[in-house]
Design a protein around this ligand. Structure first.
Ligand code: KIV
Length: 271
């Protein structure tokens, strides 16, 4: 039996129930109204307004440049489209680390100005104070451990994280800490499947994986990657469900051809 079949809006409580019933949680990114409307209508549980917008929407090399104002712009467009999905928004780099008061202000802006349903933050014990302060305002917080792209200059590479025992142990402790603080879920990015399974079994909150194997409570992907809009990015964990780059490229080339050939518009396509 599906826990969330007939519900009006997915909530953090429903996600918790889904985990308890062994029902997998589907999560996908979206950054604009039209795409979010398609994702929502398809029955997505969580829409993530990821700071991956910095890469796929703005063309930056990393997620670091995107600003809080830009995230609020993307998030408010997505919220207008999402009738059923829970909309979670990434707190961007520099808006929460090292200053819990600023973190709370950033989260409040996202909730108030974009109408989001919760925020996601990268890191474990080192951001505990910020997580705790945001939670005191009644704002749902999702953690993000493993490969945390906002720390890419510390890691130096986008390779699999926590393969060594010391890093794996820190990740286990961070997951427990985030649960203890009151996070409603955690994203685990690009870590060994065995470790992700262990973490998913050790906490009662949902664990959503990306490149973290099949034993997580749910999965998340960047929509441009899974739709094949971005041709260059093909990591092992990515399953591509369409080749929209090719579909769009063909359509655009056909349009150019029709215009040049004076075939478009024809008599039926004019007033
Ligand atoms: O920004 C993002 O899209 C993310 C996902 C990769 C989890 O954080």
């Amino acid at each position: 039996m599906s826990v969330n079949k007939e519900i009006k809006r997915v909530t953090t409580h429903i996600l918790q129930e889904m985990k308890s019933h062994g029902e997998k949680i589907a999560m996908l990114t979206a950054y604009d109204y039209s795409m979010a409307a398609i994702v929502d209508a398809a029955g997505m549980d969580i829409i993530l307004v990821g700071d991956s917008a910095s890469n796929v929407m703005a063309g930056h090399e990393t997620t670091l440049p995107i600003t809080l104002d830009q995230m609020i712009y993307h998030a408010s467009s997505v919220v207008r489209a999402a009738k059923r999905a829970l909309v979670i928004v990434d707190l961007p780099f520099g808006s929460y680390q090292g200053n819990s008061k600023e973190a709370l202000n950033s989260a409040i802006r996202i909730m108030k100005e974009a109408g989001a349903h919760g925020v996601k933050m990268e890191g474990g014990v080192e951001i505990a104070e910020s997580v705790a302060r945001i939670l005191t305002a009644g704002i749902p917080v999702m953690g993000h451990l493993g490969l945390t792209p906002q720390s890419i200059y510390k890691f130096g590479t986008y390779t699999v994280r926590a393969k060594e025992e010391a890093e794996a142990q820190k990740l286990r402790e961070d997951a427990l800490k985030l649960q203890e603080l009151g996070c409603f879920g955690i994203v685990l990015e690009k870590i060994p499947a065995k470790l992700a399974k262990e973490v998913a079994e050790s906490v009662h909150i949902p664990i959503i994986g990306i490149g973290a194997g099949q034993h997580c409570d749910g999965q998340v992907l960047v929509i441009h990657d899974m739709l094949g809009i971005n041709k260059a990015f093909k990591p092992r964990f990515l399953r591509q469900y369409a080749s929209l780059y090719d579909v769009m490229n063909d359509a655009i080339k056909n349009y150019i051809g029709d215009v040049k050939a004076k075939d478009f518009p024809n008599e039926k396509e004019q007033y």
